[in-house]
Ligand binder design. Sequence first.
Ligand code: NDP
Length: 247
Amino acid sequence: MANLTGKIAVVTGGSRGIGAAIAKGLGREGATVIINYNHSHEKAQAVVEEIKTMGGSAIALQADISEAEATKVFIEKVLGDFGKIDILVNNAGITRDKTFKKMSFEEWHKVIDTNLSSAFNTCKIALPSMLEQKYGRIINISSVIGQSGGFGQANYAAAKAGLIGFSKSLALETARGGVTVNCICPGYIATEMVNAMPENVKEAIIAQVPMKKLGAPEEISKGVLFICESEYMTGQCLNLNGGIYML
Ligand code: NDP
């Protein structure tokens, strides 16, 4: 699909779900993949082993990307050890769903820091080297909820909508420098994040999806590979959502 031999790719939150699928997709296409995780060391290591079994190259690195200083140490280590970052996938994310009335300040800030500020934290350190080498692919995993809003998701929707605005702005600033910045907006994808929802909520969601099914994490991985290959796409959202929200 895309020949990524020689490319260095960082995937935040690559230990599980969509991030793990993205990491494997990039590894399969020849990129050396740095799999970031926060708590799931064994799962991240399992993704590394899977990529190695496919003949690829990968390592796992722990960092809480909601923390600016920890992210700086993480990205600087990658730049120090590998010399460059070609592909940066800001995928790590969490939900803390509550209606606005019940949502605490802590739940607001935790979701904003993990889903939105994290992308600022990684890009702040990785972008200068991308601009220097006149090549970079920054892919931010937003969500259909950032486009449509979501009941009980004021924090998550704000973070994901913020990622879209962040990406468009950064895309304008980097367009002449060989760096593209795009979002993927997944609909409902079958991962632990969605499986954690009560069964009746999940059934109601599937009923609303025109395709009447959840998406597979591999669909998002295919989107990442498409963006990696594209020379002329920047500041865009790739909507992979089974038709649940049509822009
Ligand atoms: P999962 O809950 O399955 O996985 C989340 C990943 O993010 C894990 O690898 C986790 O690492 C990592 N992570 C969370 N917090 C941090 C942190 N502070 N620092 C580093 N890593 C962290 O989520 P999904 O795979 O479902 O979602 C991936 C992305 O896709 C998220 O941004 C999510 O918002 C988005 N998305 C998901 C949809 C879905 O339907 N699943 C729909 C639309 C968007 P660890 O295991 O180590 O904690």
